[in-house]
Design a protein around this ligand. Structure first.
Ligand code: PLP
Length: 260
């Protein structure tokens, strides 16, 4: 049976990030993709020029419509924009049993645009971290959630992953793309284990939407019943492949999308 994955996230009309990336990644990872949209953005490969928020009650209505009719095998949460939408999403996900939830704590786009209002970080921490199966922060997001400096070493990454797990998620996948050097290691931290996934950095400016792609691929792999370490390994390989293939695309003149 093909699993169903719901992504709760923002729209990127240029197709590289947000729900558009989620649909491609979920489909390519063998699951059926569904979306509840939290915000429309106006953006291209140069950056974000506008954000139009969906009213929180309507975000909830979308999620309710799906759960009322459709079996959901995993959820991915991406851009939640502000505190009221974050609380609405947390509320709408209550009472649906033990579905794996991947939480990508989207804060700032690569071009520098804020995709989360600063006051919403508390709600993200208190309402969404506790229900996450796997949290997928990049290093600046992890530091912001913890109120600490950005991790500079693998040791920092493992420690911060453990500190984030203490806030509620069953596991934290720390993404090392912001580390200096030629390697881009990720590590999956749980209360008992630290598992490393090593990768060489690919030289390309076409990495728009890699966070969305990773979290969606991970949700699809969890929906297929794989345990977190196996799911994270498959998702990381999928993103590496999408980045390696990105230069075959000719989409815009800025940070282009990856190729699914
Ligand atoms: N736009 C939307 C709607 C997103 O959800 C995200 C990331 O999650 C981005 C843009 C940012 O993408 P990137 O930082 O990879 O350019």
């Amino acid at each position: 049976m093909i699993p169903n994955v719901l992504s709760i996230a923002g729209s990127d009309p240029s197709g590289g990030a947000g729900i558009q990336a989620d649909i491609k990644a979920i489909s390519a990872n063998g699951a059926f993709a569904m979306n509840a949209i939290t915000a429309l953005t106006a953006q291209n490969t140069q950056g974000v020029s506008g954000i139009h928020l969906i009213p929180p009650a309507f975000v909830q209505a979308q999620i309710k419509a799906i759960f009322d009719d459709i079996r959901v095998d995993a959820v991915k949460i991406g851009m939640i924009a502000n505190a009221v939408i974050a609380a609405a999403v947390a509320d709408a996900l209550q009472g649906h049993g033990d579905i794996p939830i991947v939480l990508d704590p989207v804060m700032i786009a690569k071009g520098g645009a804020a995709l989360l209002e600063p006051e919403a970080v508390d709600t993200l921490r208190c309402a969404l971290l506790p229900i996450a199966t796997v949290l997928t922060p990049n290093l600046p997001e992890a530091a912001h959630l913890l109120g600490t400096d950005i991790a500079k070493t693998r040791d920092d990454m493992a420690k911060q992953g453990a500190a984030l797990c203490a806030l509620g998620p069953k596991a934290t996948l720390m993404k090392g793309g912001h580390l200096e050097g030629s390697e881009s290691p990720d590590c999956l931290v749980t209360a008992e284990t630290v598992t490393w996934f090593d990768a060489q950095r690919t030289a390309t400016q076409n990495t728009h939407g890699t966070g969305c792609t990773l979290s969606s691929a991970l949700a699809a792999q969890l929906a297929k019943g794989h345990p977190p370490a196996k799911a994270a390994s498959a998702a990381k390989s999928y993103v590496a492949q999408a980045i390696a293939a990105a230069d075959a695309l000719s989409v815009g003149t800025g940070h282009g999308p990856t190729h699914h």
